[in-house]
Design a protein around this ligand. Structure first.
Ligand code: UT7
Length: 321
């Protein structure tokens, strides 16, 4: 039996933290008190103007490869989850492949499931590895969300940040990813989206992120509870055996609700939203890498990863680390 197991993690945050008060000083009509109490966010990072997701992804990828103890050329599959790709095409994954100097002609492509992108990418890579067609995948979530924020829309611009996280997933005879569940409901696509597009040499429509916050909040709480239970049940493991919840980092109140439904105290939940904000597809692998590097998450422990984003698209994975 071939399993797909996480062999190494890495992440990258650009620049210095930007606090809530920094945003006020930059002219956003908000307050530290409002942002902290509604979301749990104290700070986030923004990449310098003109930065590309592939640049952030490369830093995270190199760290994950180093942690996995393999060479870049051992990677035969690269999947990048991003909603802020460098270009319309080629994929950001091919740019990462070139940046790493990989010459093995392995597969490289992007997946687009917004804030749930990393879970979708991980689930995709897992299926390639379990099929035996590929041995070692680099799965990355990377975003420069600052490039799609409307700084006059205080309901969204205070929530997001930039960053990248990566894992190396490799074939193993020991269980790694035990279950995944992916879902989407496209009827909600106007509740969280960037409506604009590029055509005829021009941006057509609105190029900024738009969100109906309360609608997203309610939906997120409901489906994250369901999908976390679903992977526990699919993996056929006791709920009490879960060591860590590593959720998408959008709002501390959503995370608290998820933890409660899983019967986990907050000490068993990795929360980085306070210092990273919402980094969309990067948020789960960023949180994972933080907890691995500070020694909280250790080999042999059992994790639930879960996320939801635009579409809506949502999902979870149950992982033996
Ligand atoms: O990553 C994808 C998943 N995304 C999410 O999970 C986000 C889910 N949604 C949320 O986290 C919350 O809905 C938000 C944090 C976005 C908003 O919190 P809320 O408690 O739902 O606030 P609200 O949108 O209902 O706004 C309440 C008030 C409004 O003022 P009035 O109309 O009551 O006078 C807003 O104008 O707060 C005001 N407001 C702000 N005030 C200060 C909205 N944004 C801000 C702000 N600073 N940044």
């Amino acid at each position: 039996m071939i399993y797909a197991k996480i062999a190494g993690t890495g992440s990258y945050l650009p620049g210095e933290p930007v606090t809530n008060d920094d945003l006020v000083r930059r002219g956003v009509d908000t307050s530290d008190e409002w942002i902290r109490s509604r979301t749990g966010i104290c700070a986030r990072h923004f990449a310098p103007s003109g930065s590309k997701s592939s640049e952030l992804a490369l830093f995270a990828a190199r760290r994950a490869i180093e942690a996995a103890g393999c060479a870049a050329d051992d990677i035969d599959l690269i999947i990048v989850a991003t909603s802020t790709p460098d270009f319309i095409f080629p994929s950001t994954a091919t740019l990462v492949q070139a940046g790493l100097g990989i010459q093995n002609n392995g597969a490289a492509f992007d997946v687009q499931a917004v804030c749930c992108g990393f879970v979708y990418a991980l689930a995709t890579a897992e299926k390639f590895i379990r099929s035996g067609s590929h041995r070692r995948a680099l799965v990355i979530g990377a975003e420069v969300f600052s490039s799609i924020l409307d700084w006059s829309d205080r309901g969204t611009c205070v929530l997001f940040g930039d960053g990248a996280g990566a894992v190396v997933l490799e074939a193993s005879d020991k269980p790694g990813i035990r279950a995944v569940a992916l879902h989407a409901d496209g009827r909600h696509h106007r509740e969280l989206w960037v409506p604009g597009t590029v055509a005829g040499g021009q941006v057509m429509g609105d190029p900024f992120l738009r969100m109906q916050g309360q609608a997203v909040f309610k939906f997120a709480v409901k489906v994250l509870d369901e999908v976390a239970q679903e992977v526990v049940s699919l993996a056929n493991v006791p709920q009490e055996s879960i060591d860590w919840l590593v959720p998408h980092q959008a709002n501390i109140r959503i995370i608290q609700s998820s933890a409660k439904r899983l019967g986990l105290p907050m000490e068993k939940v990795v929360t980085t939203v306070g210092f990273h904000g919402n980094t969309s597809a990067a948020s789960i692998p960023l949180a994972l890498d933080c907890a691995v590097r500070d020694g909280r998450i250790r080999a042999g422990q059992r994790l639930v990863l879960e996320g939801i984003g635009g579409g809506f698209a949502w999902g979870a994975a149950l992982v033996d680390f």
